[in-house]
Design a protein around this ligand. Structure first.
Ligand SMILES: NC(=O)c1ccc[n+]([C@@H]2O[C@H](COP(=O)([O-])OP(=O)(O)OC[C@H]3O[C@@H](n4cnc5c(N)ncnc54)[C@H](OP(=O)(O)O)[C@@H]3O)[C@@H](O)[C@H]2O)c1
Length: 263
């Protein structure tokens, strides 16, 4: 079993949703938390709640679309003598637009935020990962990273890319454990920040999200998977059936996925 107490976890997108809920799960286990994201006020609130559980909280603003911001986070880590034992690559944005209605800048935004930002961060943290006897990276992907889905071409691509990169890394460096967290539909604000074809925000709560799994429940399942050093953990409700349908009867998946509401 993984030891959490007195360790440090770096979480991207820790100011809301699954990242926030995971911060509380780590804090409950005695793990100090380094909370990152763009909205400092959110991060400060999460820090206060974590510190009430007796751990030390650190806050550093991070915009994964800006490499200079990722550099600043790494400088913050190094200048404060921090050494993250766990890295949770959680931050992300979604999409609600048909492929040909999505401007190419949307494809770039999704890849930069959901994929390249995390890849750049991990490479910049090389000195913490290569030399350490052990490290653990949890990557929050999505069930939409397992297959294509309507209105999500860029989102699916960015999430699928994470599997390829981090699975390869885990194979190359056995002392670095990688756990893929694969949520289905979880009750968070993710649909509100999802981007439309012109890059503007969708701004609405999808019924899919509203009826999704409770976010604390999701985080509890996720931290158990991290504790057991699982390679992958699907988290959600009946929508997870789609993963099995896709795997075993792809022809049926194509029929169903065209009919399922993408909202
Ligand atoms: N909810 C679901 O049903 C579901 C399903 C599958 C996968 N997921 C994945 O779960 C992860 C967390 O999403 P959530 O559902 O918890 O929604 P959320 O509350 O919207 O969380 C997304 C987080 O990502 C951060 N973020 C977005 N853009 C960023 C950027 N450029 N730089 C740094 N941080 C950024 C946001 O913080 P700031 O705005 O403060 O930067 C926010 O805290 C995402 O990767 C999402 O794709 C969610």
């Amino acid at each position: 079993m993984v030891e959490f107490k007195d360790k440090l976890v770096l979480i991207t997108g820790a100011g809301s949703g699954i990242g926030e809920a995971l911060a509380y799960q780590f804090a409950q286990k005695g793990t100090n938390v380094l909370l990152t994201g763009r909205r400092r006020a959110n991060l400060e609130k999460v820090k206060v709640e974590c510190e009430k559980m007796g751990v030390k909280g650190y806050v550093c603003e991070l915009d994964l679309e800006q490499y200079s911001s990722i550099d600043s986070l790494v400088e913050y880590i190094d200048s404060n003598g921090l050494n993250p034992n766990f890295i949770v690559l959680n931050a992300g944005i979604s999409q609600r637009a048909l492929t040909f209605d999505s401007d190419f800048s949307v494809d770039q935004k999704l890849m930069n935020t959901n994929y390249f930002g995390s890849v750049y961060l991990i490479k910049k943290l090389r000195h913490h990962l290569i030399g350490a006897p052990k490290a653990h990276i949890a990557v929050n992907t999505s069930i939409s990273g397992l297959f294509g889905f309507p209105l999500r071409s860029a989102y699916c691509a960015s999430k699928r890319a994470l599997f390829g990169f981090f699975e390869s890394l885990a194979l190359e460096y056995p002392h670095i454990k990688v756990t893929f967290i694969i949520p289905g539909r979880i009750r968070t604000e993710i649909s509100r920040s999802a981007v439309l074809g012109d890059g503007s925000k969708f701004g609405e709560m999808d019924p899919g999200q509203a009826n999704g799994m409770d976010v604390t429940k999701c985080a509890k399942i996720a931290i158990k998977a991290i504790a057991k050093e699982k390679h992958k953990k699907l988290i959600g409700g009946t929508e997870l059936l789609m993963a099995y349908i896709y795997k075993y009867t792809p022809w049926l998946y194509y029929i169903l996925a065209r009919k399922v509401s993408a909202h």
